[in-house]
Ligand binder design. Structure first.
Ligand code: PLP
Length: 393
């Protein structure tokens, strides 16, 4: 039996259309878009077309889009680039505590350089506490950053309101839309953000390519220097095939958005309803409303997330424990700890992320397998034997 893939928040397969559009740019149309000859011009035309198309989808000008090697680079560039460009204006940075490691680790490094880093408060579902944010921004706050949607628990944040608060003190507002772009309708002007990260491989495009939207007029110091690419802001020979694949995948995601949203969220809701009613001592992490359509994240009390992950893997079901990028680490999830979960539950979480090719039969098979795996693992758990009778809330 072919394994069932429920890990679309980690990555997605490249769609046929994107793959076909990319292929010529590996061989026949191989010119460097910066070259001043026919080969170069043909590649440059493809990159310009991709830029125009993504810009139109998110409602920005093509010259406000910079191609990068993905979400991690875009996040790093936005935070470090703004901090360094505006350090004469202030040194205060505010981010949410549930950001991707690409932001959290960069913020910690900036702290070592002397920047003052504060974290917004989030509630038990992961929503940013706007009153708390209002109380911590000040003159001298140069950067306010919060993801549009969380990769672990799926919470969709009130970015428009966050941007208004950031701008009330003259700070730059950034959002990481890696999990949201291509899934939710995004209009950067309407959201009011100054910078936004995107990544191709979460939306059926190739890996290793993404973009950073930088509103015209915002200063961002470069982190990759030495090349004239991307209007001298991001050095490095352009990934033409990747960019073409990214734009094609984005166009398809935008066209299919409503249909995919409805279908994938119906799978997710069926899954959540069944798990909550058929498995005991289980906690849904993140909200029921304002949640990414693909995401369901559960903590199973008395069991390590890794043990469930391995049991499901043996049964041919591919999921993730904690965030994709931090899985493999034995640390509890920083996202779940920020939501106030005790360590043992933050260790026991499993993220299921559905995709447009999944079926309801696969979802039902997963629930049945979880039920069996959870009861088998709990039978081996001394903690369950001693505490299991106490109702968990
Ligand atoms: N930001 C978020 C919210 C993510 O989920 C991820 C990847 O999981 C990234 C950033 C990193 O993106 P990339 O894999 O393109 O470097």
């Amino acid at each position: 039996m072919k394994p069932i893939y429920f890990d679309h928040a980690a990555t997605t397969p490249v769609c046929k259309e994107a793959l076909e559009k990319m292929l010529p740019y590996f061989s026949d149309v191989f010119g460097n878009p910066n070259s001043q000859h026919a080969f170069g011009r043909e590649s440059a035309k493809a990159v310009d077309g991709a830029r125009d198309s993504i810009a139109k989808i998110i409602n920005c000008k093509p010259n406000e889009l910079y191609f990068t090697a993905g979400g991690t680079e875009s996040d790093n560039w936005a935070l470090r680039g703004v901090a360094h460009a505006y350090k004469d204006k202030g040194n205060h940075i505010v981010i949410s505590p549930i950001e991707h490691a690409a932001m959290i680790v960069t913020a910690k490094e900036l702290k070592k350089e002397g920047f003052d880093v504060d974290f917004m408060k989030v509630d038990e579902y992961g929503f940013v506490d706007l009153d708390h944010l209002k109380s911590i921004v000040k003159k001298g706050t140069i950067f306010v950053g919060c993801m549009l949607a969380n990769n672990e628990v799926g919470t969709i944040e009130p970015i428009k309101e966050i941007a208004e608060i950031a701008h009330s003190v003259g700070a730059i507002c950034f959002t990481d839309a890696v999990q949201a772009a291509g899934v939710l309708k995004i209009d950067v002007k309407d959201l009011g953000v100054d910078l936004m990260s995107m990544s191709s491989h979460k939306i059926y495009g190739p890996k290793g390519v993404g973009a950073l939207y930088i509103r015209n007029g915002v200063k961002v110091q470069s982190i990759l220097t030495g090349g004239h690419q991307e209007r001298t802001k991001r050095g490095g020979t352009t990934n033409v095939a990747g960019i073409v694949g990214f734009a094609t995948a984005f166009e398809i995601a935008d066209k299919e958005m409503q249909k995919n949203f409805e279908y994938v969220s119906s799978l997710r809701d069926h899954f959540i309803d069944r798990v909550l009613s058929e498995v005991s001592f289980v906690k849904l992490n993140g909200p029921r409303e304002n949640r990414l359509p693909a995401n369901a994240d559960f903590s199973f009390k008395f069991i390590e997330g890794e043990s469930i992950l391995f049991s499901l893997d043996l049964a041919g079901i591919c999921v993730s424990s904690g965030s994709a990028c931090s899985s493999g680490s034995l640390e509890p999830s920083h996202v779940l700890l920020s939501l106030g979960l005790p360590e043992e539950l933050a260790h026991g979480s499993i993220r299921f992320s559905f995709g447009k090719h999944n079926t309801i039969e696969e979802v039902d098979y997963a629930v049945d397998t979880i039920k069996t795996a959870v009861s088998r693992l709990r039978e081996m758990s001394p903690l369950f034997k001693s505490e299991g009778e106490i109702k968990y809330v």
